[in-house]
Design a protein around this ligand. Structure first.
Ligand code: MV4
Length: 500
């Protein structure tokens, strides 16, 4: 087993990884940029190394500086977390060349999953369903026209080397085709440094369902069921849950086996996620592979009881997976909400700054993977994720109630955040029904913002109640508290929510 691991990340995921290391008796090296000197993740590390200035390119994306930090501290392995260098083939290769273990699939497997057209072809050969579309990259308009007629409009143009929705264009008829290809190519070039695009049938109102897979160096492979990730805004996941309300056990088993086939075919190791789209007729199609531990991995941990980060480390250290597929069960239901420093009332612009007051929820079935503390500064340079609130309960209804209550307990003052917005989604009727798809956020745009009138009424009511002395005045709690009183304690049980 490793004695020392360098964690090439920041925030909540760096802390999550450090905990897995501690439990395995592995000592940790944290890294930080200039502005991150006071950041929470460093308090969890046995050793810390400065890797560069605040911009990501100078620090968390600085391959040379990270490798030097690993050499200097004699770390035998590097865990990249998610984002930054997590799926970077060059970084994996540089680690391999330096004799340091990259905790993730090897650079060859990474290159295979990075190329979408290549992975579509690989997957198709396995008999796993893919979305009808082109099997090769071309710039020939005639071939695009032909492919579009073949699969039928609407079609979608996608970047071959991309992900996350960049370079994508939906095309409804042949007149728009040429322009959309050009626009897709421009966007793909600027986002991924590669302009190749291809075309697929556009699946309307799909659900996004992904399967967690683990595979070791000896070919042992298991899946840990699905995560339903259809609640997204501009390709950013907001809420994830497992089990998916859309799958029955039959489909679940079928998709799990197909996910394993995909991972096995690319000689892929450690943890991976196989994404599927599920159409309105409940037909599923392979979408892509994510070669990293994912932000939403905790919901899988909650229902299966398997520590995914620990498994990643054990597999990277050359151990065999001892769990057998039939030992993996989905127990109960888990939901995750991502807490962001962003302003839902101002087009979700990031809201960096100082957290003046923080109170995080706790209790049975509640997990908070957090990267913040009261008094910390949220820098503007990085992804504005602050933490994740994850709950487990015995069934979906109870999980919704549990996370709704936990969100009420989650208080962050000083910076704008999305907690109020998350509460409105969780408490909406259509989320409760569970029959939502990837267009949920767009289709509920209006309902998810309380009318100004309602806000005014709530504020007036709050002010009047205080005037009349109707606050929870001088409760024992408040008297006993050594904290300064906060707006939340002053306001008592007032809450602003939408009534839809
Ligand atoms: C699609 C699609 C419909 N049809 N492909 C978006 C991100 C990228 N990884 C794949 N995406 C999509 N591909 C076909 N042929 C719809 C989406 C899509 C989507 C997928 C998953 C989750 C949220 C989404 C939001 C908008 C579009």
């Amino acid at each position: 087993m490793f004695k020392k691991i360098l964690i090439a990340n920041r925030g909540e995921i760096a802390i999550r990884i450090s905990k897995a290391c501690k439990e395995l008796g592995i000592s940790t090296v944290g890294v930080y940029s200039t502005i991150d000197k006071p950041s929470l993740h460093l308090r969890y590390m046995d050793d810390i190394v400065w890797i560069g200035d605040s911009p990501p390119l100078s620090s968390y994306l600085n391959i040379q500086a990270i490798l030097e930090a690993a050499k200097k501290t004699k770390a035998e392995a590097i865990h990249p977390g998610y984002g930054f260098l997590a799926e970077n083939e060059k970084f994996a290769k540089a680690c391999e060349d330096a004799g340091i273990i990259f905790i993730g699939p090897d650079s060859k497997a990474l290159s295979l999953v990075g190329d979408k057209v290549a992975s579509r072809n690989t997957v198709k050969k396995l008999g796993v369903p893919i979305i009808p579309g082109m099997a090769m990259i071309t710039k020939d308009l005639k071939k695009f026209k032909h492919a579009a007629k073949d699969v039928g409009y609407p079609v979608i143009i996608k970047a071959s080397m991309g992900g996350g929705g960049k370079g994508m264009r939906v095309v409804y008829n042949e007149n728009e085709l040429e322009k959309s290809i050009a626009a897709g190519q421009r966007e793909a070039l600027s986002a991924f440094g590669d302009e190749s695009v291809y075309l697929e049938k556009y699946i309307e109102q799909p659900r996004h369902i992904e399967f967690q897979v683990l595979r070791d160096n000896f070919g042992n492979c298991i899946h840990l069921f699905e995560r339903e990730c259809s609640i997204q805004r501009r390709h950013q996941k907001i809420i994830e849950e497992t089990p998916s309300p859309a799958l029955d056990n039959n489909m679940r088993m079928k998709m799990g086996e197909e996910a394993k086939k995909v991972i096995e075919a690319s000689d892929y190791t450690t943890a991976g996620t196989v994404e599927f789209l599920l159409d309105k007729n409940k037909k599923f199609y392979f979408l892509e592979v994510n070669a990293r531990i994912q932000v939403e991995h905790p919901i899988t941990e909650m229902v299966t009881g398997v520590d995914l980060v620990r498994q990643q480390i054990l597999i990277a250290a050359g151990e065999k997976i001892t769990l057998k597929q039939d030992q993996i069960k989905q127990n109960g239901h888990a939901i995750e909400t991502r807490i962001y420093a962003e302003d839902p009332d101002n087009n979700f612009v990031p809201s960096p700054g100082k957290i003046l007051f923080l109170s995080e929820p706790n209790g049975p079935g509640i997990r908070v993977d957090s990267g913040i503390y009261q008094g910390c500064d949220i820098p503007p340079h990085y992804d504005p994720i602050l933490s994740k609130l994850i709950v487990w309960s015995e069934n979906r209804n109870m999980s919704i109630i549990r996370i709704s209550e936990a969100l009420k307990e989650y208080i962050i003052l000083g910076i704008k955040n999305n907690i109020g917005y998350l509460k409105r989604i969780i408490n909406s009727k259509d989320f409760a029904k569970g029959n939502y798809d990837t267009h949920f956020i767009d289709e509920h745009e209006e309902k998810l913002f309380p009318k100004q009138e309602k806000l005014d009424i709530a504020l007036i009511a709050g002010a009047l109640s205080k005037q009349a002395g109707y606050t929870k005045s001088e409760s024992d709690f408040q008297k006993a508290s050594t904290m300064k009183s906060t707006p939340w304690q002053e306001l008592g049980k007032w809450e602003i929510c939408s009534l839809s």
